[in-house]
Structures are given as C-alpha cells and as structure tokens.
Design a binder for this molecule. Sequence first.
Ligand code: PFF
Length: 446
Amino acid sequence: MATPRGEFTSRFGFLMAASGSAVGLGNIWGFPTNAASNGGAAFLFAYLILAFALAYPALMAELIIGRHARANAVTALQSISRGRKSKILALAVGFAGIVTVSFILSFYAIVSGWMIAHFFDPLARLAGLDALAQWLTEDAVVRNSLFVIIFMLLTVYIISAGVKDGIEKWASRLMPSLIVILILLILYVLTLPGAMEGMRAYLVPDFSRIADPALLVDAMGQAFFSLSLGVGTMLVYGSYISKRENLPVVGSLVALLDVGIAVMAGMLIIPAMYVAQSNGVEIYDASGGLIAGPGLIVSVLPSLFNSMGSVGILVAIAFFLLMTIASLTSSISMLEVPVAYSVEHHGVDRPKAAIILGAVVTVISLIIVFNFDPLFDLVVTYTTEISQPLLGFAFCIFVAWIWSRNEVLEEIRQGSPNVDAGIFWRVWPFYMKFICPLAILVVYFQ
Ligand code: PFF
C-alpha cells in the first residue's frame, strides 16, 4: 500500500461526507419532479417505504463490508469472498461499480456545470455584464465544455487532498451551508402568491397511483440513486469510519438526512413552480404534465427569478449555489471510488490518481457534450436504471449469501456490542438474504 489509509475524524465528519454524497441533484431536482409527476404525496409515501425498507438495508451492507475490509470496493469484495468463483464475481462487481460510477460522474459533471454557469449569470447581471450573462445561460457546446472542466477541477482538487483534509473538511463546510440555504429559500418562496397551491399539489396524495408499477419503479430508482448505492461509494466511505462507530445508527442518520432533505427540496421546487405560473411562466409541457426535465432548472426557475425583480437576483444566486454545493459533495464521493482503487491496488500517489482519473472522466463528459442527443439519455439510463439496481442486488448477495454471518456480526459488534440483542440484527440478515434481493428483482423486471 502506497500511503496509510485515511479515516474520518468524527461522527459529524462522516455524516456530512456520506449525506453529502447522498444529497445531490437527485434530491433537489429528481425527487420533487418525480413526486410531481407521480401523484404527489403518493410518491412520497412509496418513496419513504422503499427508502427505509430497501435502500437503508442495502446502505448498511455497503458500510459494513467497507468498514470490515478497510479497502476499496474491489479489494473489499474479494476479501469477504471464499471460493474462486466468488472471488471472480467480486472482481467483476467491484469493477462494474468503478466503471458505472465513472460514467455517472461524467453525466453528473455536465449538469453540475450548468448549475455553476447559472450561478454566475445573476452575478454577471449585477456587474452590468449583460452579454456575458446571456452567454452563461445559453445552452452551447463551448459553455458546457468549459463548465464541465471547471466542475471537474473542483472535484479533483478536493479529492487530491485526501479523506480528512479533502472530503471531510469540505463536506463539513458545505453541507451545513446547503441546509441553511435550503431552509431560507423555502421560507421565502412560501410567502409568495401561488406557493400554497404548489404545496397542496405536492402534499395531497393521489392514492389511486400508489400501486402503479411505474411509480414503484421510479421510487426505487430514486431511492437507490439518492443513497448513492450499488457503485461502491458508500462502501469506500464506510471503509474510512472508525471501528468505534455504531454502524446501524450512523447508517440510519445518513438515510434520514437524505430523505429529509429530499422532502424539504420538494417544498421548495413544487411551490416555486406554482409561483412561476402565477407570474405568467409556463410550467406544463406539451403532454400536460409539469415540466420536469432540464427545462425546469434551466428555464422555468430562471424565468421565475427574472420575474421577481431585484430580489430575484439574490434568490437565483442562493438557488444555484445550493445546486452547486449539492453536486460537488456528491461528485467527490464518485471520484473517490476509482481513486481509492488506484491508490490502494496500484500504489499510485493520490493527487496523481485524482488528476488522471478526473481527466478520463472529463474526456468522457466532453464526448457526451459534443454528442448530447444520442449519448446523454443513453448513459443516464444504462448507469442508473440498469447497472445501479443490478449492482445493488449483487451487494445483497455478497453480504447475505457469500460472506460468513459470524464475521458480519463481529464487524457490527465493534461499535455496537449489543447489536445481536436488538431489532437490527433480528431483522436485517433475513431481510438481506431474501426480501431485498427479491424486491429489487421484482421492481427491476417491472
Ligand atoms: N446521490 C446522488 C444524488 O442524489 O444526486 C447521486 C450519486 C452520488 C449517485 C454518488 C451515485 C454515487 F455514487
């Protein structure tokens, strides 16, 4: 091993890093729009159940494997495998995770780049640079490429500094700021005309939709993406948790923070759309549904901010800062997966690994930017709808069917000596063995 492994120095540091990974564009953009197009609170209800019944147990699997092995995803999965076949499977799943997360980062960086460009737009207008402001909001290849590069440079900068001085330090600064900005924005938007109608659309359930397979598939995909599961991110973060830490407790705090922030983001985005409508902005697409794709963030909301006069400039700055922070604390967790592998497995120096792998992802992003229409949706679909649930399924198989039950218990006991007497140990192993893999498959094949 080239350098000693890093470790989070406190529970707070881990919670900020892991919830930083979990809370991202998926929460602030994906969750509210999924809810709006799937029966409002009916989606919220299904999401809460799936997040705690399926995603939380899967999150625990990754944290436990990671902390036990104290290693990157490939080495960790191999260390809990016994026979030759399961070692080969471990190699395949670990690698598939690394490839998947790198492709997720490549499309994530594009969208995050848009967020940074839109953050600079109101600043340019404040400075009277109207031509620059116009350029910043135009969807052009040059602008998109430039901001992908800026976003990836920020990600590489944080990851090269390591676990404590990079990930933990920045997540501990950025996540509290994100929560404060989100709360302030919600409070402000709720005072505006039209907001309450949006709140009603968000919180009044249309229960006729609850058994709709499309709703369940969306809710599961959303829960897996939101908790960053299946690609080794949480496994790697778990490998930096102290052995004294109580894993079931910290895992549930991460899930609660993630779900809580998604629910709060819904209280911002959906009411903001209805405020936009009452200001004369079109919020429905051609098929009559609420605009949910890129148009929502890069067109509907900016039009709303523009219609709000000078206060709109401040609100726009705060909103796109929120989006940029949410993206960055997620992207660092993605880049950490291949970087940890290169550092530990190939002895590459951390800054060098971060730069090389960051450059590879940037090149993939740029290829997507230059071929946006054929590639963007394809990459999103393959990584998040196909690869992530299948890899999540594989993690369940590893922890429940391949790894020895006694070793699992020993690992959890380290920070929680009485865990075998509590509800977690009575339910979770059975759950991981039968319910989780089955449920993932059932929803997947829907
Ligand atoms: N959880 C992030 C979000 O909700 O935006 C996305 C994500 C982060 C997915 C890290 C995968 C990952 F490894």
